[in-house]
Design a protein around this ligand. Structure first.
Ligand code: IMP
Length: 428
């Protein structure tokens, strides 16, 4: 058993990239299993900040093979840009250390236009998507008419498949009064990137299973978070994939028996981008303080869209649900340093809904929006903890905060980050 799965335990943006980067130092392969360039993974190494949307964060380590699994939806234009960006930053990216699944689906310009059109049509009820074409690409996948990365291996057939899918979307866009896609320009742009990407496209399912059989250690990198899961999130304010543990299995094509660690990554407070319920949101000075000003790359503004994130107190009702759904063996907490300086901190320990106390979130977005958090107040700490590297260097109240999370979620905390840099980590 040699697969460690890292999963966002909240609404995404938990800081998964830095833990993937940390665990990659002991792995052979880092494999991403879901989503597309709606994700934004940031890793700081010394003074250099790397921002990735598609390529697994493990690419920063020499001698690691990174895999983009079959569960992903890939914008090939943006993928080529990302390969070039990393190469400019001095990172080696070749078909020897990056493999793309033949079975992963392609995001076309039509998907992006459809995403924009659907959001516009929803008006005030919009989901607040990243407008990267994610939903429409998964829609075509489950509708059994998507185009897959493997089709790039036969360029003539690939061009025909693209033409057919874009034409179909154009009909819908034109019918509803939206801008249509220039089919010829799209096909020639996609053929150009297909030429570049062809050497990277492999049967990654067979590759991963052969490597696992021979004892390789795999880190499976999640994107988004449990509370954005198509089944387990606040539907319809969710993404269109399964960021949860089941998604790791289907999104890579590996068996459950390979998994020995499932790490939930959670911020020490809550953030969410886009629409949908967020019971502990603080639209006040507390929320602004948690968000930061945007001067630093780790402040709460989206890596992909630049949108200000909604911020609020830690919600252990939602976190408990994430622990249950994923069977986390442990939690890794991020941004503990941001809580320094609060006199007291609030933790949501349960909800009240229609006069009933609830330990788990209700299943509909409408009920989640009406749920009233029941808070527990704990003492804060004033010290700057960004230099702490061990449990004993954390103030007593910070230790108490972590222990309270462990008790409320019934799962041990194994790592805590105290700053954005790779080394600002306390391993427990
Ligand atoms: P989509 O994935 O672009 O369709 O967006 C659906 C919802 O998921 C929106 O609320 C987005 O803001 C949210 N979302 C998608 N990807 C991320 C992410 O990487 N971090 C945080 N939120 C995300």
């Amino acid at each position: 058993m040699s697969v460690t799965v890292l999963i966002g335990a909240q609404w995404g943006d938990e800081g998964k990239g830095r833990f993937v980067d940390w665990l990659a130092s002991e792995a052979d392969i880092v494999a991403r299993y879901s989503g597309g360039d709606n994700a934004g993974h940031t890793v700081a190494v010394g003074d250099t900040v790397y921002k990735m949307h598609l390529i697994p964060s493990g690419i920063l380590h020499p001698n690691i093979v990174t895999v983009m699994g079959n569960g992903m939806v890939i914008n090939p234009i943006n993928l080529v840009k990302e390969i070039e960006y990393l190469q400019t930053m001095g990172i080696t990216v070749t078909p020897d250390n990056l493999m793309i699944s033949t079975r992963a689906h392609i995001i076309t310009p039509a998907h992006i236009e459809m995403d924009k059109a659907k959001e516009k049509a929803l008006g005030t009820e919009a989901i607040g998507t990243t407008l990267r074409g994610i939903g429409p690409a998964y829609y075509d996948k489950t509708g059994r008419k998507g185009v897959r990365m493997g089709q790039m291996l036969d360029l003539a057939a690939f061009a025909n498949a693209l033409e057919a899918t874009i034409k179909e979307s154009n009909d819908i866009l034109a019918r509803d009064g939206f801008t249509t896609i220039d089919i010829d320009a799209s096909i020639s742009a996609y053929l150009a990137v297909a030429e570049r990407l062809r050497p990277y496209i492999k049967d990654t399912t067979v590759y991963l299973n052969q490597r696992l059989k021979n004892g390789a250690k795999v880190v499976s990198e999640g994107a988004q978070g449990t509370l954005l899961d198509i089944d387990h999130g606040s539907y319809p304010f969710v993404t269109s994939s399964s960021p949860t543990v089941g998604g790791a299995l289907t999104g890579l094509g590996i068996g459950a028996t390979h998994i020995n660690r499932v790490i939930g990554i959670a911020k020490t407070f809550s953030t969410r981008v886009g629409g949908g319920p967020m019971p502990t949101e603080q639209e006040n000075e507390i929320g602004r303080r948690l968000r930061g000003t945007g001067e630093n790359f780790w402040d709460e503004f989206g890596t992909t869209t630049g949108r200000a994130r909604r911020c609020g107190w830690l919600d252990t009702v939602m976190l408990r649900y994430a622990v249950a759904v994923n069977g986390f063996t442990e939690l890794a907490l991020t941004k503990l340093d941001v809580l320094s300086g609060f006199e007291t901190l609030e933790i949501a320990v349960a909800y009240e809904l229609d006069g009933q106390r609830m330990d788990y979130p209700p299943s509909t977005a409408e009920e989640q929006a009406r749920a009233i958090p029941i808070y527990e107040t704990v003492d804060g700490w004033q010290e700057d903890i960004s230099g702490a590297r061990s449990w004993s260097e954390l103030p007593k109240n910070a230790q108490n905060y972590i222990q309270r999370i462990e008790a409320l979620c019934d799962v041990p905390v194994s790592m805590v980050s105290v700053g954005p840099e790779r080394s600002q980590l306390v391993v427990l």
